[in-house]
Design a binder for this molecule. Sequence first.
Ligand SMILES: [Zn+2]
Length: 132
Amino acid sequence: MIDDALTRHFFTGFIRLHVLYHAAKEPIYGAEITEELVRHGYRLSPGTLYPTLRLLESLGYLRQHTEVVQGRRRKYYQATATGKRVLKEARSKLQELVAEVLEDHDQPFQTIRQKHRQPHSQQRSSVHGKQP
Ligand SMILES: [Zn+2]
C-alpha cells in the first residue's frame, strides 16, 4: 500500500477511516472493500488491505468472524462499539477539515495568526533600546 509519499503520509489515514465507515454500516470482507477503495482511486494491491484490517482489529475498532460462503471460509469485519465511537469523533474532525481545506473557512486561524504577529510593544522597545 505504501507506494508513494501521498499514500504514506495522507491516504493511509483516509483508507483506515474509509474501512471503519463501511464496517460500521455492515460486515465487510477483504475483496469487496479492496474493490471499493480502488474505485475511490486508492492504489491498493491484493492483500495489502489485510494489515490495515488487522491493525484496526488490534486497536479494538473492528472484530472479525468467519463464515463459510460457497464452501470457502470468508472473514468478515465489523465495527465494534469503540470503532463506532472513534468513527463519530473522526467524522467531526473530518467536517472541520472539509470546512477549512475545501471551503476555506480559516477565520479562527487568522485570529490566532494576528494574535501571534502583533508586535509586543515592551519587547520591541527593549530590543530597540540596546543599540550595539
Ligand atoms: Zn467507500
